[in-house]
Design a protein around this ligand. Structure first.
Ligand SMILES: C[S@@+](CC[C@H](N)C(=O)[O-])C[C@H]1O[C@@H](n2cnc3c(N)ncnc32)[C@H](O)[C@@H]1O
Length: 207
């Protein structure tokens, strides 16, 4: 049995202790699982032309904000969103993901920075940002509302979150409800490729 499988099957208390001992800037167990997924090609479908519909909508929503904006993307994967941006859509783009495999596939530019880390503990390098983006990632957080509250200190006062989630994911309705405790909708865009549907929103902290 592989080490990762042994750890996964270990009693809860042991798992917690191992995780705590290994944890630096990320959970090594989660990192290994996501790295395996990317190595197996499990997320290749995110690059399908139909899937890109959600990225185009997100990009259009961002055009409301100044061209020289600073963007931070949490759970950026292989940089699909970053790679669809035109270079005059941002002045600086920072991205992070728990998967080192995914991060290593992103071609960097002088005004961008990508790293692998756990979103639950990451501290961005070059805050504050105009927009913090979460594309299909918020349902992987232990507590989405608490996660957004923690990152709010890295947003400018005028800053917003741009969040997209697949409506077919059974967790998405719960996540939208959870973050509405502290955040209010600014813009809402339903997205459809004819078969799949997503909701994209910009949200900001309640006054
Ligand atoms: C469905 S994929 C979406 C990838 C990308 N945002 C996109 O839309 O193409 C979910 C992403 O969340 C990342 N992820 C999951 N848990 C994470 C964590 N704790 N910290 C950072 N990234 C995480 C995964 O590695 C994966 O790249």
């Amino acid at each position: 049995m592989s080490l990762v499988k042994k750890i996964k099957n270990a009693p809860k208390k042991i798992k917690w202790l191992i995780n705590k001992a290994l944890r630096k800037n990320f959970s090594n167990i989660d990192k290994k699982l996501w790295d395996d997924e990317y190595n197996k090609g499990g997320w290749e479908f995110l690059k399908d032309p139909n899937e890109l519909e959600r990225i185009y909508v997100a990009k259009k929503m961002l055009r409301k904000y100044p061209a020289d904006k600073k963007i931070f993307e949490i759970g950026c994967g292989e940089g699909i969103f970053f790679l669809e941006m035109d270079k005059d859509d941002y002045s600086y783009f920072e991205g992070m993901d728990i998967s080192e495999v995914a991060i290593n596939r992103i071609p960097t530019t002088p005004n961008s920075y990508f790293t692998f880390a756990d979103m639950e503990v990451y501290e961005p390098k070059n805050a504050p940002f105009d927009v913090i983006v979460l594309n299909e990632v918020l349902y992987f957080s232990k507590d989405p509302n608490a996660l957004l509250l923690r990152y709010t200190k890295y947003l400018k006062n005028s800053g917003v979150y741009l969040i997209g989630m697949y409506s077919g994911d059974p967790r998405s309705a719960g996540v939208w409800a959870n973050i509405s405790k502290s955040f209010v909708d600014v813009d809402i865009e339903p997205v459809s490729d004819g078969k799949k549907e997503w909701i994209y929103k910009t949200v900001k902290l309640k006054p």
